[in-house]
Write a protein that binds this ligand. Sequence first.
Ligand code: GTP
Ligand code: ZN
Length: 197
Amino acid sequence: MSGQFGERTEEQRERALEAVRELIRWIGDNPAREGLKDTPRRVVDAYLEYFQGYDQQPEDYLTRTFEQVGGYDEIVLLKEIPFHSHCEHHMAPIIGKAHVAYLPTDKVVGISKLARVVQAYARRLQVQERLTAEIADCIQKVLEPQGVAVVIEASHACMTARGVNTPGVSMTTSRMMGVFREDQKAREEVIKLIGIK
Ligand SMILES: Nc1nc2c(ncn2[C@@H]2O[C@H](COP(=O)(O)OP(=O)(O)OP(=O)(O)O)[C@@H](O)[C@H]2O)c(=O)[nH]1
Ligand SMILES: [Zn+2]
């Protein structure tokens, strides 16, 4: 098994399993009881899924591009890409949707690749602002479009299920680059297409 920080060894896995047992003790339950016996194994495997973004290079998803698009030179928008992430402060779920738009110069990517970029950054420990910026920066850097717009709406379990305990609240962040930052009309157009107020 590999990660951005190199191979994961059996010894590391054993330590992760023990850490989960310790957390179970910490909350006041017994890791040896029947129902919890396999839980550490499930949790460490689930963590590898929640955080598989550390094993992914988002830029790589954008390297295959298409240039034969009939002279298409308008906004491409992928709306409401659902994602699950985790906040880096509490490791609590961040659940939301991302809207990703760009104005191509001469190349476009397969639309699934925009969703792959979102997932690769979401499946790491994040704050919503950085998640938003990383997605936009990646698309700008690799595709070099005329502009990129990323808007994310998400709810944070660390706010809804603990702490201030405020269910129903959602956070919106955006990152506008290129024409969407500099040109008021382009910005208005993309915001209208995305449909946020
Ligand atoms: N800006 C931003 N803040 C976040 C995000 N996710 C969680 N937070 C906030 O990060 C802050 C961490 O604050 P701390 O005061 O260090 O932690 P805390 O004592 O657990 O805070 P409370 O949640 O208020 O109980 C909280 O206000 C969270 O709501 C995020 O994606 N972006
Ligand atoms: Zn949090």
